[in-house]
Design a protein around this ligand. Structure first.
Ligand SMILES: NC(=O)c1ccc[n+]([C@@H]2O[C@H](COP(=O)([O-])OP(=O)(O)OC[C@H]3O[C@@H](n4cnc5c(N)ncnc54)[C@H](O)[C@@H]3O)[C@@H](O)[C@H]2O)c1
Ligand SMILES: N[C@H](CO)Cc1c[nH]c[nH+]1
Ligand SMILES: [Zn+2]
Length: 419
């Protein structure tokens, strides 16, 4: 990992690096945009034919192979899964379910004046597409993380797309009760869910993580289909003064192993911790080819002049995963997808079993929102109800505002009911 001091002689270089990191999300999308646009256009025009062409090219889909993964295939996959893994999936699903239930927005009503009721009702989306990555590793955990909150929200039609689905992913689908699962991935799967094909009906919203191609495709289709957020190649920032070097290094290596494009960063004002973590990362990543590649390409350790500067830089980067030393640190955290507190909270626990979602914003979108949640699968619709008395009470204020805006029709629509 590159060691970068934010003061002294390397101050300018550090500032330039931070700017590059800030622009990384958009720059990465731009790199793959031409090829992704071509795939999207081909699937939009060619439907199943276009989809199959790319699924065969990138993921080895056989000619004539069914796109739909049958319930029977999922059942066989579940039966072939080792009991320990079945148990792990059940624990993960239970915790994700409980967390999503707790997060579900509530319906409520208030009375701003006598005879006036305002409130909100909560309704599920009609249909969603859950993208489950399957390029480098099968991610059954992502199937549980995307499908479960959609079910808690009450979404009627839940579609899953995953390229060359592994037995473990199909087993997770069985556990979650998935009924519409297609063995397609990449930008072509995003196109199919956004535009529809003969086999795959379009959905209202696409959620889930993926590599650069998937993330760029989601961003492009977002003008005509809802999306959750860019949840692209994994990012980790550890901001620590007192952490344990071996544990910090293990988290950096773990998240770096997702993708050569993954981003792993330590921010500290402690020169000694920086050096210890650098040495531990070198050792721990020695046999992990992908982690080694991403750490060499993007990994860096910022040594800041002060603790305050370390915190400010962390919020500027708005990372997907953030680890801090202690609960007191939560006070200064403003931007992050998910926060892990203390030496005994490996980020991998959040990836699998804690319950909060592991589908998290990348590319500094942590400035705008947290991870995927049940809120992504519902609409909060406001409601307002008046009695004649209520209208007479606050109607004149609406008339005053309407007249100030010159909207005489608005004013009259209130006045006519007050007579
Ligand atoms: N941010 C999050 O919440 C989060 C969560 C889990 C995983 N991830 C990320 O998801 C990603 C998973 O990536 P993956 O590659 O393993 O699986 P993936 O399913 O995202 O991508 C595989 C697909 O990429 C497409 N593809 C590959 N090479 C291509 C090319 N040259 N041209 C066009 N399309 C091409 C193929 O269609 C293939 O189906 C990783 O980057 C990981 O870090 C992020
Ligand atoms: N760390 C990933 C999010 O960036 C999620 C994941 C799934 N499996 C293992 N990890
Ligand atoms: Zn992970």
């Amino acid at each position: 990992m590159k060691l970068v001091r934010t003061f002294g002689r390397s101050k300018a270089a550090a500032a330039a690096l931070v700017e590059t990191l800030e622009q990384r999300g958009a720059a990465n999308t731009a790199k793959v945009e031409p090829v992704v646009r071509r795939i999207l256009a081909d699937v939009r025009k060619g439907g199943d034919t276009g989809l199959r062409k790319y699924a065969a090219k990138f993921d080895g889909l056989a000619k004539g192979q069914a796109l739909l993964v049958s319930r029977e295939e999922m059942h066989v996959a579940w039966d072939d899964t080792a009991p320990e893994l079945q148990a792990a999936m059940m624990v993960a699903r239970g915790n994700i379910l409980a967390f999503a239930e707790a997060q579900k927005p509530k319906e409520w009503t208030i009375a701003p004046a006598e005879g006036v009721k305002t409130g909100q009702i909560v309704r599920p989306l009609g249909s969603v597409g859950c993208y489950v990555p399957g390029g480098r590793y099968p991610l059954p955990s992502t199937l549980l993380m995307t499908v479960t909150p959609a079910q808690v929200a009450g979404v009627e039609r839940i579609v899953v797309c995953s390229p060359k689905p592994a037995r473990e992913t199909m087993a997770a689908a069985w556990l979650a009760g998935v009924t519409e699962f297609y063995r397609v991935g990449g930008a072509q799967a995003i196109a199919a869910m956004a535009f529809g094909t003969e086999t795959i009906g379009r959905v209202d919203k696409i959620v889930g993580p993926g590599n650069l191609f998937v993330t760029a495709a989601k961003t492009i289709v977002s003008t005509e289909c809802g999306i959750d957020m860019p949840a692209g190649p994994t990012e980790i920032v550890v901001t620590s003064e007192t952490g344990d070097a071996a544990g910090i290094a293990a988290d950096l290596v773990a998240q770096a192993e997702h993708d050569p494009e993954a981003l792993a960063i330590l921010i500290t004002s402690s020169e000694a911790l920086a050096k210890d973590v650098a040495a531990a990362v070198k050792l721990q990543s020695a046999k992990n080819a992908i982690a080694k590649q991403s750490l060499a390409a993007q990994g860096c350790i910022f040594v800041t002049e002060s603790v305050a500067e370390a915190r400010e830089l962390t919020n500027r980067l708005a990372p997907e995963h953030l680890t801090v030393d202690a609960a007191a640190d939560l006070k200064w955290v403003r931007n992050a997808g998910s926060v892990f507190v203390g030496a005994y909270a490996p980020q991998s626990m959040g990836d699998y079993v804690s319950g909060p979602n592991h589908v998290l914003p990348t590319g500094r979108v942590g400035r705008l929102r947290g991870g995927l949640s049940v809120m992504d699968f519902v609409k909060v619709i406001t409601v307002q109800e008046y009695t004649r008395k209520g209208l007479r009470k606050i109607g004149p204020h609406a008339i005053a505002l309407a007249e100030a805006e010159g909207l005489v029709g608005h004013a009259e629509s209130v006045r006519v009911r007050m007579r």
